[in-house]
Design a protein around this ligand. Sequence first.
Ligand code: GTP
Ligand code: MG
Length: 203
Amino acid sequence: MIVNTARFVVSNSDFRKCPAEIRHEYAFIGRSNVGKSSLINMLTGQKGLAMTSSTPGKTMLINHFLVNDSWYIVDLPGYGYARRSQADRFRLEGIIKSYILGREQMTNLFVLIDSRHKPQKIDLEFMEWLGENGVPFSIVFTKTDKQSATATDRQIGEYLTTLLETWEELPPVFRTSSEKGVGREELLDYIEQLNRLPLLTQE
Ligand code: GTP
Ligand code: MG
């Protein structure tokens, strides 16, 4: 898919105030600093579209971006940033989880995992929760430019082996580097395929 246009639409803390039109929508989630906002900028080809920062915890709201005037990309706050107050973490978790469960037109959730890291409890538990709630998701291994291809392969292989201890089947898996543009075609092609599926029909 070619991205011709991408523009910021609105930020919200409450999913019920998110854009009302029913369009295909793809949200990006993962630990703070895993590279959600950078990936959105890479996919849309607009460096400054989603705000990024080397300090974790940059994205605090549900951010909608309209792509090609037809579908939405959503940048979500990260989870698991330890240096936030417990009240803030609790509030953010509420924003994220109510969006995920309540936003019916969300076609797919991309769960980002740092390709250098061993499986972390917080991510595994989060994916378990998605499974329990029947949320369609894919896994995106980020920052693959930060180590050798061999190390990335090994790390991802181990990760998938761990997942198979609890999951019968693996979700679609992607690998990306926002720095180098790796995975852009694959992700956009996947979204293009999903865009062809019928959207939920309003009763
Ligand atoms: P929060 O909004 O805080 O949850 O973070 P985020 O997941 O949106 O991460 P963000 O995109 O802001 O990136 C965090 C840091 O990682 C920034 O310093 C980015 O430049 C860096 N980064 C993100 N993706 C990549 C990548 O593919 N390669 C490299 N080398 N750095 C990356
Ligand atoms: Mg962010």
